[in-house]
Design a protein around this ligand. Structure first.
Ligand code: CTP
Length: 394
């Protein structure tokens, strides 16, 4: 769920800073892209080198180094969230009062994304009226304060003021990203993967589709709160939990599953690479090798997307894919008209890293009015986010 998210960790001077190494590791393992800014005091508790090695990015400390100015505005814009952890008493006071005497504070003041603050200090400092007033102020500005915990403090005393443990911070962050539930109450039907059209008991006509794109779409819709049905052709990819999966083999089975479920569907996304033709006769015995040439008669399969386009009501959204190798845009636009789709997602096999088998994809989306939305090459998970965002926006 955190894959491809961008988190900027702002580390300040507190003994709890050593725990940030563990936090960075679990975030990186969850697929997060992490950047780090530190105050000078923080580097006394954990070396920048440790954190830059773990996050695989340069750790920034200064507003300018030699002749170069650090773009604090773009850092704040880059991040999906900023996590100030540990947040020392001093930095909390500065944040609450708009002080801007280091890079970390400049990033915070210019950030447009949500900010999470994980305070860490001794109990007396934590409970001091000025600190509590600052915390209230920060909260009133819309920042989220992660609760401190009770336990052994740096002073040796037992009490309140310990920074939340990295594992618990991860839960908080995951919960935040889960909140984008803009498909709650919606039913989504997705077709994915190849189909296999049997020739005999051991052979079939298939294609190279892995099913990854459709599975990524199903996962994205599920994360946004939708009730998802995934009609999946023979794919060896692992599939997410909490999704109703209907396994099919042939184009005819996929047709039946999709048409049967379409009535209750709010959004249907036909992502499968469905066979266009299937053998007229399926041999009951294994076809023996006899003649120099073998002719197999094929008949057209039923077009699922086209059928759904005919059944579609004004309340339903129908999305199709177009995998093209030539005259891509015209073919995609033609498919919108022919199949009465609301959107067509174009993949061109001429784009490096796009199409069957890859973990990445490069898409162009066309809507009914033939407006065109182009995207860079991205992981299929990130492409799924772009597709759903575009559908919902329009
Ligand atoms: N599709 C479908 N049923 C079929 C064939 C295709 O639902 N029997 C859907 C695909 O899932 C995709 C869209 O139609 O969403 C376009 O598929 P594509 O293979 O690109 O095009 P075709 O319609 O098969 O036409 P052509 O092969 O001539 O490009």
């Amino acid at each position: 769920m955190l894959k491809e998210k961008k988190i900027l960790i702002a580390v300040t001077g507190s003994i709890a800073a050593y725990k940030i190494a563990a936090l960075v590791r679990i975030l990186i393992k969850s697929g997060v892209e992490v950047k780090i800014v530190m105050t000078k005091a923080a580097t006394q508790f954990i070396p920048a080198l440790t954190l830059s090695t773990l996050c695989k990015n340069e750790v920034l400390q200064d507003l300018y180094t030699n002749d170069a100015w650090t773009n604090h505005v773009m850092l704040g814009r880059w991040a999906d969230i900023i996590l100030v952890a540990p947040a020392s008493c001093n930095t909390i006071a500065k944040m609450a009062n708009g002080v801007c005497d280091n890079l970390l504070l400049a990033v915070y003041l210019s950030a447009t994304c949500p900010v999470f603050i994980a305070p860490a200090m001794d109990e007396d400092m934590w409970l001091h009226q000025s600190t509590q007033k600052n915390i209230l102020l920060l909260r009133s500005f819309g920042n989220t304060i992660l609760p401190v915990t009770n336990g052994e403090l740096a002073s040796g005393l037992i009490g309140e003021g310990r920074m939340m443990e990295p594992e618990d911070m991860l839960l908080y962050i995951e919960h935040y990203f889960q909140k984008n539930k803009n498909l709650e109450g919606k039913k989504v039907l997705i077709s994915a993967g190849p189909t296999h059209e049997a020739l005999d008991p051991v052979r079939f006509i298939g294609n190279k589709s892995s099913g990854k794109m459709g599975i990524a779409l199903a996962e994205e819709c599920k994360n946004r709160g939708a009730e998802v049905t995934l009609v999946l052709g023979p794919s060896v990819e692992s599939v997410p939990v909490n999704i109703n999966i209907i396994r099919v083999n042939t184009a005819a089975e996929m047709y039946d599953a999709c048409v049967n479920g379409f009535n209750e569907t709010d959004i249907a996304i036909m992502c499968a690479a469905v066979a266009d033709y299937s053998p007229v006769i399926i041999s009951q015995e294994k076809i023996k090798k006899k003649e120099e040439t073998l002719f197999v008669e094929l008949k057209k399969t039923k077009d699922i997307l086209k059928q759904l386009g005919q059944l579609k009501t004004d309340k339903q959204i129908l999305v199709g894919f177009a995998l093209e190798t030539a005259d891509e845009e015209n073919n995609a636009i033609k498919k919108i008209k022919d199949k009465n789709a609301d959107f067509i997602i174009l993949n061109s096999l001429n784009d490096e890293g796009a199409g069957f088998g890859y973990s990445t994809n490069k898409i162009t989306i066309f809507d009914k009015a033939f407006n065109k939305f182009s995207f860079e090459i991205k992981s299929k998970e990130a492409v799924a986010v772009d597709i759903i965002n575009t559908i919902l926006k329009i």
